[in-house]
Design a protein around this ligand. Structure first.
Ligand SMILES: *Cc1c(COP(=O)(O)O)cnc(C)c1O
Length: 414
């Protein structure tokens, strides 16, 4: 076990294979949990800031942050205090009663979005935020406009509604049919989108950059094109910022950098900093399209999750984490490019939301060798390694990774 360091893990020889405690947990995992996740290679026992330790005491720099969730890193005192205090005073109300935290959170989101017309529905996850968005769009459109339009390779969640608009064939196809007409168009292709959006379309749902496809941005100006196409056809523009939102790109929300406002915005992942929460925000006529009784969630906007989200928003603001995401993200991307390694094709993304693209399909091996060197990264595609670290990542920690990267890549180069 290595001692905590400021700049990243200290390691001797890279570890090969899981340690004994990890192996024992993996066996119990396999015997008790469904096989849908396979058996994860690392068992995380605890974390502090951007560092985590596995069940065998090995230290890692966490460069994936629970998939863009642990925005403040692990164990941030603001989050810990907010959650503990809230749990001690009031953990749950159901939606039969209101509580102040949910009101504060909705007010904060509306203020950050800069549009007083907005109204918020709180859910527990990303897929639920999208379910709310799809129902909201359908309700506003009425029964004569039932069609949905989405992007190929997009990802919107695993429940049946969100899954129906998920453009990853391997994830969607086994669970159809969906009873919903969905037209898929290539990501970022405005011509194809215009051709697909007619008077029968309730909503277009897209991501600013496709996270699960490997942090693939749309072309510059694409969100403005989506906005115009939706306006021309009278369709709702649903923007899924579940992965891109809450400071990930160096802006509170990716769409703010483009000067475009969707009709419906969905958030989750980083919003709760590790506590489960999602949000669906409606603007203009979509703010009030749900009538009493149209939608609900027993846990959604739960006081503990709402308190966590408020702590995240406060801390991003107080600690200047938007600037940090932009600056440290740029340093990280520059450092990766500067390796000049033959296996590195390039770097996609912005802020602390990047994909290292490879010249060969070796991402799984890169993920495994990076872990052996003490870095948690994600093989998001056969040729792309995703980085979505805590927004608190320091330039020293970024440099620790880029310093180790050539050796990691050498180990997987045939
Ligand atoms: C993760 C994600 C979802 C689904 O969120 P869950 O909380 O896993 O349901 C939806 N859309 C995007 C863009 C995501 O990244």
């Amino acid at each position: 076990m290595s001692a905590p360091t400021a700049g990243g893990p200290t390691s001797g020889a890279p570890a090969d294979g899981p340690g004994e405690a990890t192996r024992a947990l993996q066996e119990r995992f396999q015997a008790a949990l469904m096989p849908n996740y396979g058996v994860p290679p690392v068992a995380i026992a605890r974390g502090e800031g951007a560092r985590v330790w596995d069940a065998d005491g090995r230290e890692y720099l966490d460069l994936i942050g629970g998939i863009a969730v642990s925005a403040l890193g692990h164990g941030h005192p603001a989050l810990v205090t907010a959650v503990a205090d809230q749990a001690a005073s009031l953990a749950h109300t159901s939606n039969l009663f209101l509580h102040e935290r949910e009101v504060e959170l909705a007010e904060r989101l509306i203020a950050l979005l800069g549009d007083p017309s907005a109204r918020v529905f709180l859910a527990n996850s990303g897929t639920e935020a999208n379910e709310a968005a799809l129902k909201l769009a359908r309700k506003a459109a009425g029964p004569d406009r039932p069609v949905l339009v989405a992007a190929e390779n997009g990802f919107h969640g695993r429940t049946l509604g969100a899954l129906a608009v998920t453009g990853k064939e391997s994830i969607r196809a086994p669970f159809g049919p969906y009873g919903t007409e969905v037209r898929f168009v290539p990501h970022g292709d405005a011509g194809a989108l215009r051709a697909a959006v007619d008077g029968g379309v309730a909503a277009v749902i897209v991501e600013p950059a496709q996270g699960e496809a490997g942090v693939v941005p749309a072309p510059d100006g694409h969100l403005a094109e989506v906005r115009a196409i939706c306006d021309e056809a009278g369709a709702a523009f649903i923007l899924d910022e579940i992965q891109s939102g809450i400071g990930r790109t160096g802006h509170w929300f990716a769409h703010q950098a483009e000067g475009v406002r969707p009709d419906i915005l969905t958030l989750a992942k980083g919003l709760g900093g590790g506590l489960p929460i999602g949000a669906c925000v409606g603007f203009g006529r979509f703010a009030t399209a749900f009538a009493k009784g149209d939608h609900g969630s027993t846990f959604g906007g739960n006081p503990v999750a709402a308190a966590a989200a408020l702590a995240v928003l406060d801390t991003v603001d107080k600690e200047g984490l938007l600037d940090n995401a932009a600056r440290t993200g740029a340093a990280l991307a520059d450092g990766i490019r500067a390796t000049g390694h033959p296996l590195v094709a390039g770097v996609r993304g912005s802020g602390l939301w990047l994909a290292v693209t490879l010249t060969a399909d070796r991402a799984a091996d890169v993920q495994a060798r990076a872990a052996a060197h003490g870095f948690l990264v994600n093989a998001v595609a056969p040729d792309a390694v995703r980085l979505a670290p805590p927004l608190t990542l320091t330039t020293g920690q970024a440099a620790a990774f880029t310093g180790a990267l050539p050796a990691i890549l050498d180990e997987v180069t045939p």
